[in-house]
Structures are given as C-alpha cells and as structure tokens.
Design a binder for this molecule. Sequence first.
Ligand code: TXA
Ligand code: MG
Length: 306
Amino acid sequence: MTPSPLAMAAAALRAGHLVILPTETVYGLGADATNADAVAAIFEAKGRPRFNPLISHVADLERGEQIAVFDDRARTLAKAFWPGPLTLVLPSRPDSPVSDLARAGLDSVAVRVPGHPLARKLLSMVDRPVVAPSANRSGRPSPTTFADALAETGVSARAALDGGPCEVGLESTVVSLLDGSPALLRPGSVTRADLEAVIGPLADRPEEGRRSPGRLALHYAPEAPVRLNATEAGEGEILLGFGPVGPGRWSLSEAGDPREAASNLFCLLRAADRETPRAIVVAPIPGDGLGEAINDRLKRAAGFVG
Ligand code: TXA
Ligand code: MG
C-alpha cells in the first residue's frame, strides 16, 4: 500500500527533512524542533537571521507542557484559544527537547497548537514539537495558498501538504507571559479585545514589539513600494480598495469585511506585485479589532517598522 501524503510528511519530519504544511493562519515550513540540523536547515532555506527564534508547534496542550512552563494565565489562554491562531511565549522547560537554535538561545519558547485539521493530524503523527516559520523567504509576504508556499520555499522541502487556502491569512497572535503583565508581541486574528475578555488588561508597552526579535526587520514586503491610506491610484499604480470598488478594480473585501480582507491581504499583495506596478497603494482599513493586525502587516509592508 502507498503511504498517505500525511504519513510521508510525518516520516520526512522525523527523518530531519523540511516539510511545507498548511495552518489556518499561513503556510509553514516545518522541521523537527528537537533536531538541531533540521532547525539549521530552516534558517538556511528562509535566509532567516539566526537571532530570530521559531515557534514550536504541538498537537495539544499536554504536549505543550512538555516544552514550556504554563502558569494559570497561560493555561486559561490555551484552553480558550487552542487549537487556533494564538502563540504563547513562555519560560522554556529546563528539560525541553527543543533545540537551542530553535529558541535562538533564549530561555523562553513560543508555543502554538494550530487549528488546521491537517496540521493537527501531522503533529500527532510526528509526536515531536515542530518548528514552523511562515514558508516565505525571509522578509517577503507569508504564503496563504499552497502554490505560493511552493513558489517560496518548495525547493527546500522533502514533502508538501496541500490544505487549501488559509482561512485566517495573517500569522498568529503572539502573546508574551514572561513578565508580570501579559503583552501583545504581534497582533493577529485573536484580537486584543478577545484576549482581554479572558485574562484582563494587556500591558500597554509600545516597546514590547521590539522584544520579539522577528519584528525588527522590514517584513511582508512585496517588490513594489507600498503606500498606505490612499484614495486613488496614480499612473502605473494599483489600488487595493476596501469595500465596493466597481468592475476591473481590486478590493481586499468588496463587503468591507475585515476577516475577508485579512484572508485576502498577502495573496492580493502578491498578485498585485506580479503586475509589476510602480507602487501598490492601499485604501485605509479601520484600525479596531482585526484591523490592528491588518494595519500592522501593511505598515511593515510599507517599510514603517515599530
Ligand atoms: O501563524 C503563525 O504563527 C505561522 C504559522 C506557520 O504557524 N508561523 C509564524 O512563524 O508566523 P514566524 O517564524 O514567521 O514568526 C514567529 C514570530 C517571530 O516574530 C519571532 O520573533 C517570534 O514569533 N518569537 C518566537 N519565539 C519567540 C520568543 N521566545 N520570544 C519572543 N518572540 C518569539
Ligand atoms: Mg514569518
């Protein structure tokens, strides 16, 4: 009997190879987190600086507890949002099998239980933590379709699982629970309000984002320059609207729905880029709720960091 694609992908991971895997947020490039050579190959494939730590993905909270120290708040968040698009930064367990390189030498670890059914099945089969950064080359928009993932890092992967287009379209929300008060390191589709409804106020420390090393560099950037809060496209520019735009024009969501806009964002940035415009200009997106995450990614695509 021919092994299933899932079984082959699990075997490839256990043997130290890289695998493209779908998650509900974006496609990831996975490796066995306990295998330092496999983790090194991820940094190599992405052209990613080694000071930028990776997220360890596990099948469930129980397996998460084998690599990180969970306090009550961490457990409460995990129970509220896992499986799903939330990553928790927690103290690493001293006996954790996750390689130092995956954590970029930090004594903390980022943990996530993804919601995509294929990702969860794969993680159960591998039965080891799997590091999976977004499957783009470093600095580029994250892939939200199988084809985009293959185009970015397919050459480095031994296997690739097609899970369809990513429902969320933005990378997971990252919350640090290292200090007294929880802090939002990366906004995502689990919004500030969603988190605060469960654990109370988050620390409002604007410098906090800088403590997530991956947030320093120019990110999510297409080739064309990106300009924000535009109402019109100039000569040779493409306007990504928000709301109804009329025939032959581009909209992140005709219905003005932030969920749809998030899910379309990276895909449309890539599609617009393929037309080699002078610039991609983007209509204003309301900044509340999911808009915080959308505007965060847009600002970085436009080169405004911090
Ligand atoms: O949705 C996602 O999270 C996707 C999918 C594939 O799961 N993965 C993803 O991974 O976005 P990546 O490597 O592109 O982003 C991980 C982010 C980076 O900003 C990194 O700096 C931060 O998490 N991070 C990882 N470990 C950390 C730690 N110990 N302390 C602070 N930030 C950390
Ligand atoms: Mg990334």
